[in-house]
Design a protein around this ligand. Structure first.
Ligand code: AHM
Ligand code: MG
Length: 334
């Protein structure tokens, strides 16, 4: 049996990949791992404790907030605040950023952006949900309180990104720019253990993932590409939880689309909380991540915290195929 490598052990071991690293990023990733275990416990019992259903509030994007959203948000913030390495947090659930007070004797060099519970509509029906996080280094004077503009960095500036998938098993998948590694929670020892070293996304796959219900609301070239997927006899898989849909593509290949619709003319998903972190992970695993203007998501300028983006993400050959298809289609019809 292969020796168990825990998340903490792996993070510390790979810290050596970063000459001059102070260990702060290591400790932030540890804090996120702790928060993930606590959220996992509640997600697994959500039906038993009064944590299902809607909270009587809505988030910064004007969407109904579930009680578990609030719980996950609070746990992530508490764990990051107590760790002392994180200067502040921006959350999909909060209108404004939270600047932490400095912890005695520690200099907080990092910022965390997160979607504490992604795919909330799945909570009450026991379908997978996830947590998404991205980590930036502060650009300005670390003695000053964090300001919102420090979070408005392009995705290409991310130093780390990851997701937790609360599925049939609970997995934490992350990258620090040196490939992607996956850890599965072993509840018997309460540790995330290395289970998928150096994850590589297949260059192609037999699945496409889009909310077919919005087909008639997509732009024509997107509809024609979706028809093209049907012509190729690809299979449609769409869970309504981005983390789950992308996680499947990490293993089996495929393409995930969330194009613009009349309801979401700029796309539904949020650039800083979902688009950028998931793009960093997908690219590190050998995939590609564009918006429907065929721009690399990680290069898109971040103008405001809750900015939305359209998403084309997945296997490199399939994203390239979509790009050629859309360019050809637009040329014929322009
Ligand atoms: P969230 O608002 O709970 O973060 O969920 C966003 C979710 C994504 O996880 C998923 O890909 C998408 O919204 C599903 O949207 P729709 O139900 O419109 O297809
Ligand atoms: Mg989300």
């Amino acid at each position: 049996m292969e020796r168990i490598v825990t998340l903490d052990e792996f993070i510390i071991k790979t810290q050596q990949d970063f000459p001059g690293s102070s260990g702060s990023l290591t400790r932030i990733l540890r804090d996120i791992g702790i928060a993930a275990k606590i959220v996992n416990r509640e997600v697994n019992m959500a039906g038993l404790v009064n944590i299902l259903g809607r909270a009587d509030s809505s988030n910064a994007s004007g969407e109904d907030v579930q009680k578990l959203d609030i719980f996950a948000n609070e746990v992530m913030i508490d764990c990051l605040k107590n760790g002392g390495e994180c200067a502040g947090v921006a959350s999909e659930e909060l209108e404004n950023v939270i600047a932490f007070d400095p912890v005695e004797g520690q200099t907080a060099e990092y910022l965390v952006l997160m979607d504490p519970l992604d795919g909330s509509s799945n909570i009450d029906v026991n379908v997978s949900v996830g947590t998404i996080f991205g980590i930036y280094k502060r650009e300005s004077d670390t003695n000053k309180k964090v300001a919102e503009k420090e979070f408005l960095q392009r995705g290409s500036a991310l130093v780390a990104a990851g997701y937790v998938l609360y599925g049939t098993s609970t997995m934490l998948v992350y990258t620090t720019g040196n490939g992607v590694n996956g850890f599965t929670l072993d509840p018997s020892i309460g540790e995330f253990c290395l289970s998928h070293r150096n994850m590589k996304m297949p260059a192609s796959g037999n699945y496409y993932s889009v909310n077919q219900g919005y087909y008639l609301k997509f732009d024509l070239e997107m509809r024609r590409y979706i028809d093209h997927c049907s012509d190729l006899n690809l299979r449609l898989r769409y869970i309504g939880s981005m983390v789950s849909d992308i996680h499947r593509i990490m293993f089996q290949g495929g393409i995930f689309l969330y194009p613009n619709t009349r309801k979401y003319p700029a796309g539904k998903l949020r650039l800083v909380y979902e688009g950028n972190p998931m793009s960093f992970i997908v690219e590190q695993a050998g995939g590609k991540a564009l918006n429907t203007k065929l721009e690399r998501i990680l290069d898109v300028e971040v103008k405001e915290l809750h900015q939305r983006t359209t998403i084309i993400m997945g296997s490199s050959d399939m994203v390239n195929d979509l790009q050629e298809f859309v360019e050809r289609y637009s040329a014929i019809n322009s």
